[in-house]
Structure formats: structure tokens, C-alpha cells
Design a protein around this ligand. Sequence first.
Ligand code: GLC
Length: 520
Amino acid sequence: MWYKEIVFYEIYLPSFQDSSGNGIGDLKGIINKLDYLSDLGIGGIWITPFYKSPKVDGGYDVEDYYKIDEEYGCMDDFDKLINEAHKRGIKVIVDLVLNHTSDKHKWFVESRKSLANPYRDYYIWNKKIPNNWESFFTGTSWEYDNQTDEYYYHAFSKEQVCLNWSNPKVKKEMFKVISFWLNKKIDGIRFDVINFLKVNMGLFKYDNTQNENKEQEHIYDMNQDGILNTIKEIVSFTKKWDNIFLLGEIGSEDLSTLNKYIGDDLLDAVLNFNIGSINKIETYKLAEILKETNKAIDYPTLFFTSHDTSRYISRLCDNNHDLAKVLAGLMLFAKGIPFIYQGDEIGMTDYISKSLYDIKDIRALTKYDVLYKLNKNEELSLKLVNNTNRDKSRTPMQWDRDKKNYGFSVGTPWIGNEGNSIDVEHQISDKSSMFSFYKSLIKLRNSNLVMQYGDYVSIINHQDVITIIREHNGEQLLCIMNLGNTQNKSINKEGVLLFSSLKIGSNNVEPYEFSIYHLQ
Ligand code: GLC
């Protein structure tokens, strides 16, 4: 399958490339950078939502599924983007938000008007707050609406209203949306929070108060009975189009939960948060995670950063480029579909919001509000919010390092972006840069069947070094990666050197070495 043969790149649209000068990334901006992506060796892009939206949550709050948001461009730009990407052999997958709409969507505008409105049952309403469920963005998941004196359900922000998937009309509307975009010759879909479509509202469904992170467990609002059937219906509908790659976002780190959603009549792959959300590099654990993932999932996805996490170079590597290269190497060598997040390939680091007014992430803002009400302390609230603030990875791509006041929209600039003053031209031309490392390894993966299809023969951890052997059709590759800053003398290097992060090969494994050998 084609999706096993390529490296994907995630584009967080609002901050990728702004072609119009309004401070917001747009579709033309992506077209402008297709040559850059092609030079990097990228075979597929995942673009975050571009539909008409108030953008309370970066576009994950859709107002009209059939329109391109004006700030992002127009339908012609979209068609051109597909065309230009395909000309360069780049596949395009779009992000579909089926679980909720914006509160500005016409269905919701209608729905809230009266109890008898034909769109009333498109959403989930209740006379009283029926349970203690919390939103994933903190606070209650029920919002009072004075027009009909009832409460509506939202698993995310109150501006993202959950659709009622038990209503067949909702399903029908969404099948229309899916066919509209598949007819536009896209190559795949990333289904946003797809395991949330079913909720178990029944009486007295009180969620557990707290898990170990002092958060609600969310027992009834995701992974509920019947969800697999709903997904199967969606999948079988999309099968009318050929070769479509279906990727699901299942908000879970649990491998058996993730694996339930993959299969011939289910999704092709899910986002592996068991890898994507790790917080600390412990070599032994990382090797174990790879082994466990391999036991549970035939072909996982591999990523360390997304628009919902901090950047791995900061979170896992303390901004150490040598270690960041080794982890990038791991992501590109391990079995699975790699997803590079925009900017990681040039070494962009986390941005830390300096005040409340500097925060754009709706989840962080909501959390700040709740925390501030409790502790009345701005500094403390900011500090706590910054632990998970998604703005960290959402600052604009540093195409122009001198332009510091880039922003998401006019009037709301990111206040400075000092840590990320990166010279892209230099990244591209310097043979020892982060970009060059990614590029040469992707080139190797693109032409190497063992790196695409190979099974694991072994994954072994020795001190800070992990060695992996993969095999395909009798051919074997050995990958040696040192995640530590000390030399390791006890590992046997064998075979013909195909790739190394070091200029001069030595018999020992050098600090932060990443090498691949072809075994004879
Ligand atoms: C997904 C998206 C995230 C968004 C949420 C609600 O998790 O990746 O950015 O906030 O869904 O749509």
C-alpha cells in the first residue's frame, strides 16, 4: 500500500506559510512550499482543517464543510493545491471533523432556536445537566442556552458543539460531506476524534472523578459500544473511491484500544499516541515501547510532535540537535508511517507563552480561566497552563528569520519568537544541518523496501544504544542509534554502511551516532 512507502508531513495550516501577508497561513502558501517539501522527500501531506470556521480552535470548529475559509483561500486554490501536489507525486490527506461543528454552523443556529426545530436532534440537548462529565478542555461539558432554556453537550470548547450521531440524518449529512471531498481527488482522510462519535448518555452515568493526573477518566464519552459499527459504515462508504488512506485520531495511548480501530473494514492506521506523547527519553523504555507496539499493531504511525503537543526537540531533547537527529532517525527507520510535524525538520523549538494575552490555544485559555478562578494567581496559572499549552508547537514556520512579528492574524502577533530564529536557506545548504539529516534519511527510506515493509528481527537495548534489525524478502538492515553522550564499545558494527550521522566511521558507537548497515 502506498501509505507504507512514504513519509508524511503534518501542516498546521494557520502557521505554515502566509502568502497574502495577513499573518495567517493559507492554501497558496502550501502551494508555494511544495517544491521545498518535495526536495525534503515528502510523499504525503496532512493538512489541518481549512473549512470555513470562526477558528476558535484553529479550524477544528467547522462552520461550513463545503466552503474554504476566506482567510485560507478559495476552492480554486484547493483544486490547484491537489493538482500541484499530485504533479510532484505528493499525496494529500485532509482532516475531517465529524464529531462536532462550530456553534456558528447553520445546523446549530437552527437547532438552538426551538425544541421543535427540525435540526434540534442534530445535537445533544438536556433540560438539566444530566451528569458530571467534563470537557476535554477543562470545565463542564454542558453549556446553558437561554433560547430554549436547555443545556447542550460539548466534549471540547463550548463553541464546538457535539453532533448527535444516533440521529440518522447526521450520518447522512456527513456522508455527503465525505463524498464531496473524496470527489476532489484527495488521497486520504484524517478523522478527527473519531472514537467520540458515540456517547453513553443514559441516566446516572457519572464519570469517575479523577485519574492519577487528577483528570476525569472519560468512561462514557469515548470508545462506546457501537462506535466500531459506525466507523465500519463510514469506511465502507469511502471504499467506493479507490486507494483512499483512512487515518484515525483515537485519543488513547492504550495499544489494545488503538488496535480495535484498525482492520480491513476499519481504519488503515491510527495515530499512535503511545509513542507521540512520551514525555521523557529513557532508552530502555523506548525500546520496550517499540516492541509492545509491534506486538499489538501491525503497522503503526510514528511521530513525536503534532499541533497538539510540544515539540520533541524541546520536550525530549532539551533542544539538543544531536539527540533530535537520533530520534528523527528512529522515527524514519522504525516500522510504521512517519509523520513529521512542520518545523521539526529545521530544528524549531517550543515557544513559551509569556502572559495570558500571548495565548491563542483555546484549551490553554479555558484551563487558565478555571485555574485563575481557583487560585487568583496569574503567574501560577500561566505556569500550570504552559505545561500543556499547544501554542508551543504552533508558532509560524520560520521561513523568514528576520520577521519576528509573524502571527495568526493581523493584530494578534506572536510576541517575539526569539528561540526560533532559524535560517532556512542555511538549513537547506548546510550538509550537517537538521534538514539535511532528515532529507538524506528520507531519501534512503523512499528507495528502500526494508525500511518500508521490513519486519523486526530484533530490537535490543544496551545502555543508551538501541539496535534494530529489520528484514524484508531475505534482506536485512541493522540500525544503531546512540541516544546518549557516551561512547559504547561493546556493540558489534557489521555489514555495509548505508547511512551515518558521523563523517568518519569508527568501530565504537560514538555519542549520538545514528547509522544504518546493510547486512550481507
Ligand atoms: C483533535 C485535534 C485538536 C482539536 C480537537 C477537537 O484532537 O487534533 O487540535 O482541538 O480534536 O477538535
